[in-house]
Design a protein around this ligand. Structure first.
Ligand code: ATP
Ligand code: MG
Ligand code: MG
Length: 389
């Protein structure tokens, strides 16, 4: 896909009198292109530049990325308070669209890896989750779906402070224009997308649930090796999706057998066996490898080894209380039913996030509270109006 190779010391931009950027280093590779660390040759600022492949499909998606980031940066987060990547400009260089971003540090996958896949402290998981919920609240108000939330797309601002930003809006879309059905990276793909159902901003909350558990455990919660394996891992841990989802999913019959109706006339489904699926699809399916001996999410989290050596009883009590709150929190995000899954505004009120004492299963406020108004008052018209570009 590359007719143009990037080298350190090359210069990007300046084609129509704009700023020029000297390439210092390669920061990352993705499906859409390469990201390079650059120095702006006019003001010497260090920036990250995403150079997009010059294939029409990538170019068109990246034009969406530009439009969505401009909208978010100017209309929804003008003060840069909501953990959303800043884009400062864009230009074309030798037929490649280039997006100029603030330069951030490691992504959360790299952080987990640097930590030898041991998982982060409950406290750090909480801080990152708060920030991600803040970002997702803004996206929900803007009626935008990120569609590719995963550790690689969440970056530390610097190595000094525990601040993250959400990047890569290259798959994002408006809730009223959900064009694609094959979206989200497999490990973080929601049940409704797997089943071929209409989807909304709640798919990002599913991904968030997978991500926060991964931050805690250091390993992905549902590391599916195929679409079937992804579905089967989810069903093994959380049970069948509710019948009303299975009944309408365009992909339901790929993964499930219809077994007739129960005494109440409700349709019944069971997951196909690995062998049945493999025969029907002429694929080779591997049995799921499990990282943990426990099968229930609650047990995996409660029995996860302690980071601290020789903890005092009071440390243990505190950590276990935090873990119980954490379990209740992630169960609200990993709800198989997108309608019942908590919104970012609801999740932000959970004791795990607010720091209030956790006394038992959390009941979120019924009306999803708006980001700025209280849950009692109707949303105020002071919300910014998104521009249609
Ligand atoms: P994907 O395959 O997830 O769609 P992509 O091609 O859309 O990826 P990005 O996710 O935008 O590309 O960037 C790829 C990688 O480059 C990121 O995971 C990150 O490690 C690095 N990167 C991207 N933007 C920045 C930035 N602003 N500062 C530092 N590193 C960055
Ligand atoms: Mg990416
Ligand atoms: Mg992308």
């Amino acid at each position: 896909d590359w007719d143009y190779i990037l080298y350190v010391n090359d210069v990007l931009g300046g084609e129509s009198g704009g700023d020029r950027y000297l390439i210092l280093d390669v920061l990352g590779q993705g499906t859409f292109g390469q990201v390079v660390k650059c120095q702006n040759m006019r003001n010497h600022e260090i920036m990250a530049v995403k150079v997009v492949k010059n294939k029409p499909a990538y170019l068109n998606q990246s034009k969406m990325e530009v439009a969505i980031l401009e909208l978010l940066n100017t209309q929804w987060d003008p003060q840069d308070q909501h953990h959303i990547l800043r884009m400062v400009e864009h230009f074309t260089h030798k037929n490649h669209l280039c997006l100029v971003f603030e330069c951030l540090s490691s992504n959360l996958y790299e952080l987990i890896k640097q930590n030898q896949f041991k998982g982060l402290s409950t406290q750090l998981v909480k801080v990152f989750t708060q920030q991600l919920l803040d970002c997702l609240s803004v996206l929900k108000d803007a009626r935008l779906i990120h569609c590719d939330l995963k550790p690689e797309n969440i970056l530390l601002k610097s190595l000094q402070s525990p601040q993250v930003k959400v990047i890569d809006f290259g798959s994002a879309c408006h809730e009223m224009a959900t064009v694609y059905t094959y979206i989200q990276s497999r490990f973080y793909r929601s049940p409704e997308v797997l089943l071929g159902l209409p989807y909304s901003a709640s798919i990002d909350m599913w991904s968030l649930g997978c991500i926060v558990v991964e931050l805690f455990l250091g390993l992905p919660l549902f590391p599916g090796t195929s679409e079937y394996n992804q579905v089967s891992r989810i069903v093994d841990m959380l049970g069948n999706p509710p019948g009303h989802l299975l009944e309408v999913g365009k992909q339901t019959h790929e993964f499930f057998n219809y077994t007739g109706t129960d005494a109440f006339g409700k349709k019944q489904y069971v997951l196909k066996s690995m062998d049945q699926y493999a025969t029907e699809h002429r694929t080779k399916e591997q049995p799921s490898k499990q990282y943990f001996k426990q099968t229930k999410l609650q047990d995996i989290i409660l029995e996860y080894p302690f980071a601290k050596k020789n903890p005092k009883q009071s440390d243990i009590d505190k950590e276990m209380a935090n873990r119980r709150a954490f379990i209740d929190f992630v169960e609200g995000l990993l709800n198989l039913d997108p309608i019942q899954r908590w919104s970012p505004q609801q999740a932000a009120k959970h004791p795990f996030i607010t720091g209030e004492k956790f006394t038992g299963p959390f009941q979120p406020p019924l009306v999803p509270g708006s980001r700025k108004s209280s849950s009692v008052a109707p949303p105020t018209p002071a919300e910014p109006t998104p521009q249609t570009t």
